[in-house]
Write a protein that binds this ligand. Structure first.
Ligand code: SF4
Length: 361
């Protein structure tokens, strides 16, 4: 019997879906995939090659590394220079450039910077390194924030005094509302992120659909998930239906994961947040609640994130809004490559520039 992955990668069905799409004769539509994992899948599986010229796919701000601003990276670099500090971080963050420097550079100069696959690993490190202060770089969307919250609760349970988090966690709905309302972007439909929706549920996208008259489909990450989402969106757009359909029901439930949301609500509260290329967006971030500020590295080390200009020529901001595509950037594939990234969108394995570089259009 075929596995779920094999079923959703069935080439015969994919071809049929491609035929349906190529026979589309309706109006020109622009669809945005919000999630970086969708962006990678779209390029990896050559989904754009199956689309007629009247269907355009653009990428959105759904790569957590890409939207974390240079100001945060600068603060992390500053903290990493403190001999008493061990920085723990997800892998891609270490390579994000900031004013010609990166955490990787600091590591090569001797700073203690360790890559972790879960923030909970930072707790073990803090227990082992009692004379050091461990700072976890807490970034990510609704999918990642629950485990960040769990980590704080664990630190609290163990009464750890040498653990803290530098937070830049973000939430998706408010940025989507901003993009939806921007007529210059001309988005006709959204492919909503499957992983985030597994936590949030899909009901919160209905407000966007109804207020901005833009339909959306919550989709998984296999080729057929994405093709099916595109077909559904085109149908809804042409019928002028502004609704949200969940086509990832094998993972996403209408109300999401209440247990995960409760853990997040215990530890975090809504805050404004600065996004790379999009600036400060009210209520689009998560900060530690008063009760847990003893784990807030910004407070403990008395550091503030200070605005940083994007590298000269880098169009990451416009790429994250779907206004430009990576080949529009003069640095793409020339001075900016995955081996020598100039901007964050070329660093992350979910970054749009990285996807274009690796798989082409
Ligand atoms: Fe920025 Fe590089 Fe992408 Fe250009 S190609 S937008 S410099 S990340």
């Amino acid at each position: 019997m075929d596995s779920i992955e094999e079923l959703f990668r069935n080439s015969d069905i994919s071809k049929k879906m491609g035929e349906i799409l190529r026979s589309y004769k309706g109006k020109q539509v622009t669809l945005m995939e919000v999630c970086g994992t969708h962006t990678m899948a779209i390029h990896k599986y050559g989904i754009k090659n199956l689309l007629p010229s009247s269907v355009k796919l653009v990428s959105g701000p759904g790569c957590p590394i890409c939207v974390t601003p240079g100001s945060f990276v600068r603060t992390a670099i500053t903290l990493s220079r403190d001999e008493d500090v061990i920085i723990t971080t997800f892998g891609d963050m270490i390579r994000v450039p900031c004013d010609g420097e990166s955490l990787l550079d600091e590591k090569s100069k001797g700073s203690d910077i360790r890559i972790v696959y879960s923030p909970l690993e930072s707790i073990k490190i803090a227990q082992q390194e009692k004379n050091k202060r461990v700072v976890f770089l807490s970034i990510g969307f609704e999918t990642t924030t629950p485990v960040c919250a769990l980590t704080v609760l664990k630190a609290d349970e163990l009464r750890l005094k040498n653990f803290s988090m530098l937070t830049a966690n973000k939430t998706i709905p408010d940025v989507m509302e901003i993009l939806s309302a921007d007529e210059n972007l001309g988005i006709d439909g959204f492919i909503y992120p499957g992983h985030v929706s597994a936590i949030t549920g899909n009901s919160l996208y209905r407000k966007i659909a109804q207020n901005c008259r833009i339909p959306g489909v919550v989709a998984g990450f296999e080729p057929m998930d994405i093709l099916h989402a595109i077909i559904t969106l085109i149908r809804m757009i042409n019928k002028n239906e502004a609704d949200v359909i969940n086509e990832y029901s094998r993972i996403v439930k209408e109300d999401g994961n209440q247990i995960a949301r409760n853990i997040v609500n215990e530890v975090f509260e809504e805050s404004d947040s600065v996004w790379r290329g999009l600036g400060n967006i009210p209520n689009s971030g998560m900060k530690l609640r008063q009760k847990y500020t003893k784990y807030d590295a910004h407070e403990i080390f008395d550091v503030k994130d200070v605005d940083i200009d994007e590298p000269a020529g880098c169009l990451c901001g416009d790429v994250l809004k779907g206004i430009k595509i990576p080949p529009d950037c003069l640095l793409f594939g020339r001075t900016c490559t995955p081996g020598s990234p100039v901007g964050a969108c070329m660093v992350s394995s979910e970054g749009t520039c990285s996807a274009y570089y690796k798989y082409g259009q």
